[in-house]
Design a protein around this ligand. Structure first.
Ligand code: NAD
Ligand code: TDX
Length: 345
């Protein structure tokens, strides 16, 4: 009986997902809908947002195309929908773009987060889950891991803007008692990732038999987390996470960029001659690695998707959704011209 009541409450709980038409946000929305939550999506639909990602759940959600930087728009949604849980994922998310122009990163990631925190404080929420990143800790050498207690040392305009948003959440918890929970996740991969990010860039270029741009020597290391595991962690944190706490969400699946590119080429049956070492990313962080023992110990979450298996499935998904990938390609050409010719005068 008590379990049934619990189930009914769960179904009635209203979740507001900012950035819900993005890569990670849309996976979170799909999982939340399938568990019976009421889901409201707030997304500006920037170049990175795409309603196609929500096609399968569109009849089960309420969608607002609005900007998180607009206090009026955000308040209107809080007033009308009275969300109990906020998942804040809306952001400018690509490091290379932040190097070309930091300003939209500061405005969306910092000002936008401040607008949302302010509205959440005014209307009251049960939990405000603030999506941060491993990049706020800065870079590591070949050894060591970041724990939730590691100091923040962000290096790119992107990671500085995320660290500021992360610290704003801390301030709202500490100063106003807003029940903010901070999530610092490692590099996500999987279906629907916009092909400005490394893994879909490699797949797209390989499909077209074009050169694959590897920054520097390809020795940089990232910890790859499947997006379905990340979304599951977010829901676990919503259900059992403690206000004021920080949770690292990682996978232990660390790979050098060159290894990732070679593995994708192997899966696709393409040759290594497609690999092209290009000018390095300025300020390129060498390695990220998270100690995610806390979420495992305290909430019982752990990743389930092994990297090689997740990567094969991801490659297959992009091959099967080639049209979506190709539709994004044209808009990427001008970014690539700026990024991959960084060193040229
Ligand atoms: P994404 O770029 O795919 O999606 C971002 C979404 O936010 C888009 O749908 C976009 O339209 C929306 N958006 C951008 N500016 C907005 C604004 N001003 N108002 C309303 N909506 C706006 O990003 P993602 O990869 O899904 O990342 C989601 C979140 O997770 C971000 O906060 C990112 O910093 C964080 N994160 C990402 C990763 C990763 O590997 N992708 C890892 C750790 C943390
Ligand atoms: O064409 C490329 N060639 C290349 O060598 C691109 C796009 C990337 N790279 C390298 C740079 C990084 O070492 O691959 C690695 C991964 O690059 P990105 O996909 O741009 O991700 P990263 O910079 O690690 O940041 C990501 O993880 C943390 C997300 O984009 C962030 O949103 C998240 O916070």
């Amino acid at each position: 009986m008590a379990k049934d009541v619990d189930k009914i409450f769960r179904k009635m709980k209203t979740l507001l997902v900012t950035g819900g038409a993005g890569f990670i946000g849309s996976e979170l929305v799909r999982q939340a809908v399938s568990r019976g939550y009421r889901v409201i999506v707030l997304d500006k639909l920037t170049y990175a947002g795409d309603l196609e990602r929500l096609e399968g759940v569109k009849d089960h959600i309420v969608f607002y195309q609005e900007d998180i930087r607009s206090p009026e728009a955000v308040e209107k949604i809080f007033l009308r929908e009275r969300p109990e849980i906020i998942f804040h994922l809306a952001a400018e998310s690509h490091v290379d773009r932040s190097i070309l122009d930091p300003s939209p990163f500061l405005s969306t990631n910092v000002d936008g987060t401040s607008v949302l925190l302010t509205a959440a404080r005014k209307y009251g929420v049960e939990k405000f889950i603030n999506m941060s990143t491993d990049e706020v800790y800065g870079e590591l050498g070949e050894r060591g891991k970041f724990t939730e207690k590691s100091p923040l040392n962000p290096n790119s305009p992107y990671s500085v803007s995320k660290a500021a948003a992360d610290m704003l959440g801390r301030a709202f918890f500490r100063t106003y008692g807003l029940p903010v929970i901070t999530v610092r996740a490692s590099n996500n991969y999987g279906p629907w990732q916009y092909p400005e990010k490394f893994i879909p860039v490699v797949i797209l270029k390989a499909i077209l038999d074009e050169k694959i741009p590897i920054y520097g020597k390809g020795e940089n290391i990232r910890e790859w987390l499947h997006v379905s595991d990340c979304a599951r962690a977010l829901l676990k944190i919503m259900e059992e996470g403690q206000p004021g706490e920080i949770y690292n969400v990682g996978s232990g699946e660390e790979r050098r960029n060159i290894e990732v590119a070679e593995e994708i080429l192997k899966i696709m049956g393409k040759g290594r001659e497609l690999i092209n070492f290009v000018e390095d990313r300025p300020g390129h962080d060498f390695r990220y690695s998270l100690d995610w023992g806390k979420i495992k110990r305290e909430l019982g979450w752990e990743p389930t998707v092994k990297f090689e298996e997740g990567l094969s499935k991801t490659v297959r998904w992009y091959m099967e959704n080639r049209d979506w990938l190709m539709r994004k390609r044209e808009a990427l050409e001008s970014l690539w011209r700026k990024v991959y010719r960084r060193g040229e005068k």
